[in-house]
Design a protein around this ligand. Structure first.
Ligand code: PRP
Length: 212
């Protein structure tokens, strides 16, 4: 039982893609094909339990040892800096953190720049490195609306296809960092279950090589 692997998956499309990689690396769990409203899925034969959690919570489960492994976006890892091992870039969930502004935006450096974002630390770090004073407005979603309503000058947010920006007449003015999903591990679990975890990362890397 103690060598079972407990894996936190981010609920949604990224979690489904991540599960497909883990399944192909030998950790299938048929119960996940028909999840319904359940959140815990077990395959005793393979010695694996999957937890279906909110994407922004994956790192918390892993950091505190409720899960041995998890799949988390680089955005979450940069924002919360959890005390976990980052084992592998899975090459899925690719997008970017960017600064976006309304068309025709001009920065007036005499006043603090009003920045709306869900990613307060990422935004602070970005502007601190540039020596630009900012006034952070912490929102929880639909950030694109903030500049339209005059709540902020710019936003710092995730851009994937760019559709949300375009449809709200915003454009990227700066890249902050590229994002992809990472396999993360609890530090104690990594010691206790090292053999299984190393085998899994090797299988994932091999498959990534095949698909490259
Ligand atoms: C994310 C992000 C952008 C959008 C970007 O929002 O915050 O709003 O996706 O994707 P696109 O470039 O493909 O349009 P999410 O759907 O997570 O919802 P949120 O607004 O609640 O953050």
């Amino acid at each position: 039982m103690d060598k079972e692997l407990n894996i936190a998956l981010p609920k949604g499309r990224l979690g489904e893609q991540a599960y497909a990689l883990l399944r192909d690396a030998g950790l299938e769990c048929p119960a996940l094909n028909d999840p319904g409203r359940r959140l815990i899925f077990t395959n005793r034969e393979k010695g694996v339990n999957y937890f279906w959690v909110k994407p922004s919570d994956v790192a918390i489960y892993v950091e505190r040892g409720a899960a041995d492994l998890g799949i988390a976006g680089k955005d979450i890892l940069n924002e919360y800096a959890p005390n976990v091992y980052e084992l592998q870039d899975l090459g899925i969930g690719r997008c970017r953190m960017a600064v976006a502004a309304p068309e025709g935006f001009r920065d007036d450096r005499r006043v603090p720049l009003k920045v709306a974002t869900k990613f307060v630390r990422c935004a602070r770090r970005h502007y601190a490195a540039k020596g630009r004073d900012i006034d952070i407005i912490h929102l929880n979603g639909s950030v694109e609306i903030a500049p339209i309503l005059g709540l902020s000058d710019v936003i710092v947010d995730i851009v994937e296809t760019g559709t949300t920006l375009r449809e709200n007449r915003l454009a990227v003015i700066e890249e902050v960092f590229p994002i992809s999903a990472r396999l993360i591990a609890n530090k104690a679990s990594y010691q206790f279950k090292e053999e299984r975890i190393v085998r899994l990362t090797a299988a994932l890397a091999a498959r990534k090589g095949e698909n490259a």
